[in-house]
Each structure stands twice: as structure tokens, then as C-alpha cells.
Design a protein around this ligand. Structure first.
Ligand code: S3P
Length: 453
């Protein structure tokens, strides 16, 4: 009998949804993953390039933009406000900027779909456009996510916003105003909150400052500067100040690959015995590389190669080779640096020897799904020993996983995280509502097939 293992991957359409079946076939043997992977563009940087391009003067040219559903939502909203944006599925995307303060009142409801970044960042711009009324909404998941965290500072700046539960849930109506500057001390380390207030500050006479409890991703700061905003950063107090009003100039933007998408392959390469993967063109901005720190602390063999700077963002190729992992403690300031990678990190922890404790991550409860509850319930179905904590997860790793029927809860990072868990499971795993992956990674299954035996 040969030792060959093949991993059978099938996508089954069931009415409006897809089920992703992953079935490692053949016993024992080598399941090793191999290949060179190109990942899609960074989602956070893609949104920002479209938005800043829209409100800048002149043309913005974007290479490497993520052609996922979330950036499509951003493009859709800004087109409805009079901005010309070329189709997103071309190598070079152009945005014809209309200049600061010139977004038009749309004659329809702006739909941010599943995208928290679209809705929260856009609210800062809408609230600061006087004499225009905007109505905004999103899908079922987005309409359950907290908007009070951005509505509150905007109201302190004088914004007029209405919605359910004291304007803390979409749909929302926004009557644009001339706003007052603010020094906002955010209770959460959130790049969406920070960016929303800074974008409102762009249109506002005076200095608008955001101070956050720990540093969140700084893509807005980098890109605002590159577009010509008057911006100062105090790294010691985690404060950013924008001096308004500032006119922005259209730029050429090169979007690096998304480390949050690379994370699936980093974990896959680390946990499937014998694997070696090279993931090219990964954005390694230090506010995003917590996943590398955590995996390396667990004993993962990850080598950055060819480190370089591309249009103001650090980039590297990452080589990962399988190795034995051990559990570790994850919390504090590391959390904002790997917030989106925790579902797939939990998969690595389930395979690692010993205990992994993730704390300070209550934010995961208000992502596209309640990621603490969903990871705990679905990973348990695969035989993992995992306990949900109020602000994290406790995972006792080291036992093998078995195939199971799990559900994505329409959350892209859950769908993809469980596809990685399926690679090391005994028997078939079926992931319900797996089409969610298209939010940030439309080619996920194609790439997965390409590296599997
Ligand atoms: C994002 C910030 C993070 C992250 C999200 C994208 C951004 O959210 O989870 O996927 O582009 O600013 P929070 O700001 O809510 O932490």
C-alpha cells in the first residue's frame, strides 16, 4: 500500500450558500503542503486608498487593490456620492478625486454590506459634510455591530446622527454639519475609531486628536501623510493629531499583500507535517505583525526574506516550514496587532503541545461574528479541548482533530480558519456558508487546491 495522501476539496452549492468539503484521503503518509503563494491585497489599505482617493484632488492610481466584497462595498458607496472609480478587477484602479468637502448627497441608502471599515470610516466623512443628508446601512451582521464607538466621538464634535438604540446600530441617518475639533480618548484600541475621527478632523477647522490605549494599525496615518494631510504622531501616548481643513492630493498607491490572508498559509505551513510554503509580497507593517510574533513564540519556523519598502509600507516574502508548536500566552498590546488572526491562531493552538491562553480579546465578540463563541463551539466539534473565556480562549492542544460539520456563521475568517483545521483532521470536514471567504479572499479555495497534495 502506498503512503500517498491526497486532500480532496469540493465546493457544493446549496441554494444561496456554499459548503466547502475538505477530505484528506489515504492513511498515514505525507500530507505536506508545498508551493509559492501570491496573496490578495491588504483589505485595510484597499479601503483607505479608495476613500482618500475619492476626497483628494486629482487622480489616484491604485495597484494591487483587493478585489473582495468589502472594497466593492466601499467603491459602491463612493460612486453613489459622485466619485468616478474604475472597475476594481483591473491591474490598475483609478479614482477621480472630487476634492475635500465635495461628496454629493446620494439619492439612495449607502450600503456598506459586511464591511465595518467601510461604514465606520465613511461616517467620519459624512458627518463633516454640511448641508447633506446621508442614510447608511449594512448586512445582517453589520447591523448588529456597535456603531456607538464612532457615533459618540462624532457627536462630541457636533455631528447629528440618528439610529436604533441611541444611534448605536445601523441603519443610521446622518445630517452633515460643520464640526468642532476634539481631543478624543478612545476606550478601545481600534483603527476604525481612530480613522473615523481623523477623517472627520480633515474637514474641521483646528486640531483633532485621537489617543488610544494601545497602538492599532497605522495605515490611515501613513496614507494621510502620503496624500499631504498635516498630521503629527506622538508614539509615546499613542496619539495622532490632524490639522484641518487639509486638502489632499491624489497619489499612486501600491497595496501590499494582506498579512491577515497570509496568516492562513502561515498556520497551514506550520501545522501540516513536512510542509514548506513561500508567501510572497506580504505587508509586514509592525502594527500588523503580531501573528508572526505569536507563531514564532510557539516555535513556528518562519523566515522573512527580501524585506523592502513599497510605497510607504514595509513588505517581505515569508517562508514557513512545518515544525512542532508549543502553547503560549497571548494578551495585552499584542492583541490589536493580531486581532483578525485569532481564529486561525486558535487552530494552531489546538495542534500545539500544552496550553494556550488568549486574553484581552473581548473585541472579538463584535467582529463579523462573535469569534470567541464561534471558534470555541466549532473547534470543539472537531475534538479540540477549548474553553471560552469572557475576553478570550483557553486551548489545551496536542490531541488530533477529527473531521466534522462546522459553520462559518457567515464570517470570512472563520470559514478560512476551519479550512486550515480540516487539513490536519482525520476524515472529512464540511464548512457551511463557506462563500463568506469572498469578503477578503475570493481565490482562497483555488490557492488551497494549488498547495495541497
Ligand atoms: C480594521 C481595523 C480592525 C480590524 C478590521 C479592519 C481597519 O478593526 O479588525 O478587520 O481597517 O481599520 P477595529 O478597528 O474594530 O479593531
Amino acid at each position: 500500500m502506498s503512503n500517498a495522501v491526497t486532500i480532496d476539496i469540493q465546493v457544493e452549492q446549496q441554494a444561496a450558500h456554499q459548503v466547502l468539503h475538505i477530505n484528506p484521503q489515504g492513511s498515514g503518509g505525507d500530507r505536506a503542503l508545498r508551493g509559492t503563494i501570491q496573496i490578495p491585497g491588504d483589505k485595510s489599505i484597499s479601503h483607505r486608498s479608495l476613500m482618500l482617493g475619492a476626497i483628494a484632488q486629482g487622480e489616484t492610481r491604485i495597484q494591487g487593490l483587493l478585489v473582495g466584497e468589502d472594497p466593492q462595498s466601499t467603491a459602491h458607496c463612493f460612486r453613489a456620492m459622485g466619485v468616478e472609480i474604475s472597475p476594481l478587477n483591473s491591474t490598475l484602479v483609478t479614482v477621480q478625486g472630487i476634492g475635500l468637502g465635495n461628496l454629493q448627497e446620494p439619492d439612495r441608502v449607502l450600503d456598506a454590506g459586511n464591511s465595518g471599515t467601510t461604514l465606520r470610516l465613511m461616517l467620519g466623512l459624512l458627518a463633516s459634510h454640511p448641508d447633506r443628508l446621508f442614510t447608511v446601512t449594512g448586512d445582517h451582521s453589520l447591523c448588529r455591530r456597535p456603531m456607538g464607538r464612532v457615533v459618540k466621538p462624532l457627536q462630541q464634535m457636533g455631528a447629528m446622527i440618528w439610529g436604533r438604540q441611541g444611534a448605536s446600530l445601523a441603519p443610521l441617518a446622518v445630517q452633515g454639519q460643520r464640526l468642532q475639533p476634539l481631543h478624543y480618548h478612545s476606550p478601545v484600541a481600534s483603527a476604525q475609531v481612530k480613522s473615523c475621527v481623523l477623517l472627520a478632523g480633515l474637514m474641521t477647522e483646528g486640531e483633532t486628536t485621537v489617543t488610544e490605549p494601545a497602538l492599532s494599525r497605522d495605515h490611515s496615518e501613513r496614507m494621510l501623510r502620503a496624500f499631504g494631510a498635516k498630521l503629527t504622531v506622538d508614539p509615546h501616548s499613542h496619539s495622532v493629531t490632524v490639522q484641518g481643513p487639509t486638502q489632499l492630493q491624489g497619489q499612486s498607491v501600491v497595496v501590499p499583500g494582506d498579512i491577515s490572508s497570509a496568516a492562513f498559509w502561515l498556520v497551514a505551513g506550520a501545522i501540516v507535517p513536512g510542509s514548506e510554503l513561500l508567501i510572497e509580497n506580504v505587508g509586514v507593517n509592525p502594527t500588523r505583525t503580531g501573528i508572526l510574533d505569536a507563531l514564532m513564540a510557539m516555535g513556528a519556523d518562519i523566515q522573512p526574506e527580501n524585506q523592502r519598502d513599497v510605497a510607504g509600507e514595509p513588505v517581505a516574502d515569508l517562508r514557513v516550514r512545518a515544525s512542532a508548536l508549543k502553547g503560549c500566552d497571548i494578551g495585552g498590546a499584542l492583541i490589536p496587532r493580531l486581532i483578525d488572526e485569532i481564529p486561525v491562531l486558535a487552530v494552531a493552538a489546538a495542534l500545539a503541545q500544552g496550553k494556550t491562553v488568549i486574553r484581552d480579546a473581548a473585541e472579538l465578540r463584535v467582529k463579523e461574528s462573535d469569534r470567541l463563541a464561534v471558534v470555541a463551539s466549532q473547534l470543539s466539534k472537531m475534538g479540540a479541548t477549548i474553553t471560552e473565556l469572557p475576553d478570550g480562549l483557553e486551548i489545551s492542544g496536542g490531541s488530533s482533530l477529527n473531521g466534522a460539520e462546522v459553520d462559518s456563521y457567515t464570517d470570512h475568517r472563520i470559514a478560512m480558519g476551519f479550512a486550515i483545521a480540516a487539513l490536519v483532521a482525520q476524515g472529512k470536514t464540511s464548512i457551511g456558508r463557506a462563500e463568506a471567504a469572498s469578503i477578503s479572499y475570493p481565490d482562497f479555495v483555488t490557492t488551497l487546491r494549488g498547495i495541497c497534495p
